[in-house]
Design a protein around this ligand. Sequence first.
Ligand code: MTE
Ligand code: MO
Length: 160
Amino acid sequence: MSDSLAAASTAAGPMAEVALTGDLARPARLTVSELLSWPQHRAQVSFDCATSGVQHHRFTGPFLHDVLVAAGPGFDPARRKDRLRFLIAVRGADGHRALLSWAEIDPDFGRAPVLLAVTMDGTPLDRAGPQLVLPQDRCGARYISGIEAIRVDGGYTVWT
Ligand SMILES: Nc1nc2c(c(=O)[nH]1)N[C@H]1C(S)=C(S)[C@@H](COP(=O)(O)O)O[C@H]1N2
Ligand SMILES: [Mo]
């Protein structure tokens, strides 16, 4: 980070961080600028909001799948059936949250190109925090902004 960016971030509060927790070999706290170290993808999307109508946005960022694989989810990657019980819980700083299944974003199953966006309409999300982008969704409600935590869960509690 340049000195001027560091000074600006001090003036406007700290950079947002997203915590990766749960059934992971390498839990992590990542800033938006650290999310730039994965391959970046673009998505031009439209989604409908129940209160404000149709929205159009451009996003860039890594695939959620790539970021979570790097954190070491607790399944044997060679065994496809192991992954099917894993859940991904995403929470925004305001408490808005949604669940995805691991299979939804897995290239062997649903293959949804879900992004952990680091820019929206050309504006960096360093202070706001990353945003979930689901180009397959008709509705905007899962486009969680200001993500502060993503928890990977092997689903052990679902069946007890
Ligand atoms: N953190 C957070 N993200 C959120 C919401 C929210 O309440 N909190 N609302 C969702 C809903 S219902 C919609 S439609 C979109 C709205 O995106 P927009 O503000 O760009 O129109 O954000 C989604 N992301
Ligand atoms: Mo919405």
